[in-house]
Design a protein around this ligand. Sequence first.
Ligand code: TYD
Ligand code: MG
Length: 453
Amino acid sequence: MASAKSKTVFFCSNCGNEYSKWMGRCPACGEWNTMVEKEVVTGKRPVAASVPGAGRKPMPLKDVSTTAEDRVSLGSAEVDRLLGGGIVKGSLVLMGGEPGIGKSTLSLQLPLGRPELKTLYVTGEESVKQVKMRADRLGGDASNCLIYSETDMDAIIREADSVSPDLLIVDSVQTMYCPGVESTAGSVSQIKEVAAALLRFAKGSGIPVILIGHITKEGTIAGPKILEHIVDVVLQFEGENRGAYRVLRSIKNRFGSTSELAVFEMTGTGLREVENPSEMLIPMHEEGLSGTAVCAMLDGNRPFLFEVQALVSSAVYGTAQRSATGFDVRRLNMLLAVLERRAGFKLGQKDVFLNMAGGLRITDPACDLAVIGAVLSSNFDYCIPSDVCFAGEVGLSGEIRPVSQASRRAVEAARLGFKKIFVSSYTHFDTKPQGIELVKVADIPALVRALFK
Ligand code: TYD
Ligand code: MG
């Protein structure tokens, strides 16, 4: 066996990539000034995180048995759905989000709401007393929830082994440390090791683990993106801290879909599940406001409606500003270029600000049409009637393209009282949705004619 030697390497503190020499800019993630120097021991490899049974003989795939009990319900319909029908035994779930968004609240609320599960809640951030105060505020049944204030991973694994809970929650990855690794808690190598230790524990014991991780301002979990490929599931909290609504999105799921999201409202007694997300996302003002348009969007399999807000004003300083919250600013620029070239709207000298209601981040291309609607509405100071919504993608030549599952979007819009939905002329409907008029538009000039006639 090779003897242990040490050498110096450089880690990018943003993405976790390792280099042999220092660089000003990380070639992998493109961030500047993120290199940190670190001494590592070589020659003696640490045990890699591996699934139990590694080293056993290969077996035919058809003989591997899976049973329905492999999942455990966490008692929250929305969280269970997000996970694909409960948490999978032996899985490691990372719950990320900015500080103060509600990660600790949700992870404490789950065991309190489901006392059938024996839970070990490890807190490295708050004292046992603080957790107790929070639990009192949340209500629920705390009889089967053990609180453990510890940051040493060896001790945590030892306790978890002896307690053998149904669920282990670790709050947070940044505060924990493995005594075998010589760097401070929260550093890249510690975060990697802590996650690897928990993964080994989860796979070995079959106990599901929820690991909480803070997100940096760039939006990457735990700073280093490294955690995302170690864990089985990544759930991420989004939303404005100031607002009451928070969106929990699954951005990676080895056991289910990743396009799901769940909406919660922060109340005086914890997070409330919002079963109908349209409730938070559709207009919260009286009719008669220009610059808003409602999009019928789809998250995973669930259609819902939400409001797009735009503000178009003359640029005060030389160059026009473009800013988008919750929407890709490059896509906004592209849509504005299409409006200029294909429909003759001169927006080059205008500032354009775009905002998605509820702090939601939107990637559904069906939102394009509502963005165009909101921009034009603000530009002309014309109010789009409140019973009109949109679902269409916009192409570079100004054509309006059909979107997936248009009829389900239209049905949901009709259910919420919308009277008209703007869709692409090329949309195919198997059956015409009842109670809502389909306004079919082929391109932007047709949209403008239909909207402002
Ligand atoms: P927290 O869950 O501690 O956030 P994180 O663990 O993600 O850092 O805190 C969420 C915020 O919510 C905090 O500012 C206090 C507030 N809050 C409520 O409004 N109602 C409640 O019942 C609780 C427990 C917290
Ligand atoms: Mg917390």
